[in-house]
Design a protein around this ligand. Structure first.
Ligand SMILES: C[S@@+](CC[C@H](N)C(=O)[O-])C[C@H]1O[C@@H](n2cnc3c(N)ncnc32)[C@H](O)[C@@H]1O
Length: 360
């Protein structure tokens, strides 16, 4: 503990410069530029339940400015660069998650899934709520959420009629997920499907295609090209939509929220686990930022030989909206939220947001 003030003093310049870049006052002028920013007008409750008009900011535009970590890039460029990051980290992703979070990501994911209690669907008619349930895990990566969903539903809640679609824009990540899924019980494997899709447009998807030898050899082009789509996720077809540690990487978050609302059944739930702001606890927050900005890129360099990808990951966390801003984006997309609309985990290092698609 005695070392903490010294470490804190040394950390202050870098922490301050990181904060200055995203301080709300500085951000106010930038937010209008960025597609992940809050829309300037909130929808009123009557218009929020109508999907007839899509605001311009929720329509993906490859040439619109957004951010990639602390850099300003176009939405199209961000998509490619994020694809490069996750293709590059796919093989080391699970190991790095444990190292970077001291294993806390497992606790957060366990809690996230337990809080959703898959297998018991509020949408099931009749006296037994354990009816069939379709869960869509977006940005599913290597499968941590999808596998927990299946285990909780099939084993703990004794409901084998739950199926999970695990979707990601990145075929390298999904391919690692598919390899890991081969260790699941056969019944769970049968209830799991893998779909390539960009969360911002779920009308164009396709089942996971194997990586070619050329794709295995490069960090480029392992992401889904919508021109190759053969399927789509229908409107009103999903009971529960989950996204864990994915949404901050999207080029256009309002577009993804709009798509989440489209694919969910009325009464269906949007649930997001994401890094968030721990600034309600200043000392803890300063130490956490010191760890993030100094240690994580270094660990990335030493363990995965990839400093840049992990530098992006910590910058993207810093750049993500606060709990309240993100809750407002969810409301603006037409979801209803209960209470504050979010739950802080570990002092706000991560947070769970939930919203329900109105029933009528
Ligand atoms: C940090 S990983 C999270 C993986 C997993 N959900 C977990 O919690 O371990 C983020 C994932 O988001 C995916 N992703 C990024 N942009 C996406 C997009 N526009 N649509 C779908 N997935 C996307 C990446 O490919 C990556 O697999």
């Amino acid at each position: 503990m005695a070392a903490a003030p010294g470490a804190l003093r040394r950390a202050l310049p870098s922490i301050r410069s990181a904060i200055v870049q995203v301080h709300p006052q500085n951000k106010s002028q930038l937010t209008r530029l960025f597609s992940t920013s809050l829309p300037s007008q909130r929808l009123d409750s009557s218009s929020s339940s109508s999907s007839s008009s899509t605001p311009e900011y929720a329509i993906p535009d490859p040439s619109r400015p957004t951010h990639f970590g602390f850099e300003t890039v176009t939405e199209g460029e961000k998509r490619e660069r994020v694809a490069g990051v996750f293709t590059s980290v796919a093989e080391s992703y699970d190991r790095m998650n444990d190292l970077m979070s001291f294993g806390w990501h497992r606790v957060w994911k366990d809690h996230f899934v337990a809080s959703l209690n898959p297998g018991f669907s509020p949408l099931t008619a009749g006296p037994d709520p354990r009816g069939s349930q379709h869960i869509l895990d977006i940005a599913g990566g290597t499968g941590d959420i999808a596998f927990r969903m299946l285990h909780t539903a099939h084993v703990l809640n004794n409901n084998p009629s739950v199926r999970v679609t695990m979707s990601d824009i990145n075929r390298a990540m999904l391919t690692v997920g598919k390899q890991r899924a081969s260790a699941l019980p056969a019944s769970q494997q049968a209830a799991l499907s893998f779909v390539e899709a960009n969360a911002e447009d779920l009308t164009r998807t396709r089942p996971l295609q194997p990586l070619s030898d050329a794709e295995k050899a490069t960090t480029k082009h392992a992401f889904f090209d919508p021109a190759t789509a053969t399927s789509s996720i229908p409107s009103n077809s999903v009971d529960l939509y989950t996204v864990a540690f994915g949404i901050r990487n999207f080029s256009n978050i309002p577009a993804a929220l709009r798509e989440a609302r489209r694919v969910l059944k009325p009464g269906g739930v949007f649930a997001c686990l994401e890094f968030s702001k721990a600034d309600k606890h200043p000392l803890f927050n300063a130490l956490y930022k010191e760890w993030s900005f100094r240690a994580i890129p270094l660990i990335g360099q030493l363990v995965a030989a990839d400093r840049d990808s992990y530098q992006y990951l910590v910058e993207s966390i810093e750049r993500f909206p606060s709990q309240e801003e993100f809750r407002d984006m969810i409301v603006d997309a037409g979801f209803v939220v209960a209470g504050d609309g979010y739950e802080d985990l570990t002092g706000g290092v991560a947070a769970i947001h939930k919203g329900m698609k109105p029933r009528a």
